[in-house]
Ligand binder design. Structure first.
Ligand SMILES: C[S@@+](CC[C@H](N)C(=O)[O-])C[C@H]1O[C@@H](n2cnc3c(N)ncnc32)[C@H](O)[C@@H]1O
Length: 215
């Protein structure tokens, strides 16, 4: 692993799993596993794998993350330093891609989706699970107020890192809702679902079309 580091995730790496469990009231594993159920077998790329908290139910996993402090905590054997925007894999070499709670942190979603499309085998699929604001205007407002208070407070109490968790609050408003975010790319968003309180967690199943048979 080479020396690449992101200040925010490098600073919270040691407390990341604990705080996730607290903030999600123990639900984060279930949110990830609903996405894993939709994936095929074979070799899966865990894009932005962090501490390797996802259970891939016996699949062969390659974990990729730009932050060595997060990667170092992962139990996965095959780990690569890298970013979603420039995946270090050959074209059509992977059977599936999963990404949990990463997409708000990317520098380019367009570039990452193009890269995921490139490395996937035709006919295979990717699943993204991430956080977003609730769909209804009122719930969105309540949720925004709640995360503005709760996230920095939990960050302060459990990691001494209120600014890092203020960033998490801000990141929730950085993107359009998932129902529009994944439209217009090569990968086809076949199914989008909402989970968690107020539906502030979402999953999207993206399919890479099969090669057209020659006529
Ligand atoms: C909130 S954590 C999620 C970790 C893990 N996937 C999980 O489900 O717990 C976000 C992760 O995305 C990684 N990340 C940030 N920018 C990235 C990028 N451009 N490409 C890939 N991963 C990135 C961070 O280093 C961090 O480990």
């Amino acid at each position: 692993m080479s020396e690449v580091s992101d200040p925010i995730f490098a600073r919270i790496a040691a407390r990341y799993d604990l705080i996730n469990r607290i903030l999600s009231l123990g639900q984060e594993k279930r949110w990830r596993s609903r996405g894993i159920e939709m994936l095929g077998r074979g070799t899966v790329l865990d894009l932005g794998c962090g501490t390797g908290a996802t259970d891939f139910e016996g699949r062969v996993v390659v974990g990729l993350d730009p932050v060595i402090e997060m990667l170092a905590m992962s139990p996965v054997r095959d780990r690569v330093v890298g970013t979603g925007e420039a995946l270090p894999f050959q074209d059509a070499s992977l059977d599936a891609v999963f990404s949990g709670f990463v997409f708000r942190n990317l520098s380019s979603i367009d570039e990452t989706l193009a890269e995921v499309d490139r490395v996937l085998k035709p006919g295979s699929s990717a699943v993204v699970v991430d956080l977003a604001r609730p769909r209804s205007g009122v719930l969105r407002m309540v949720h925004r107020l709640g995360t503005a208070v709760l996230l920095p407070l939990v960050g302060l109490l459990f990691a001494g890192a209120p600014r890092e968790y203020w960033y998490l609050h801000r990141s929730l408003d950085s993107l359009p809702p998932p129902e529009t975010l994944y439209l217009g790319h090569a990968l086809i968003p076949e199914h989008i679902w909402r989970m968690g309180p107020f539906g502030f967690v979402y999953g999207v199943w993206l399919r890479k079309p099969d090669i057209e048979p020659k006529t």
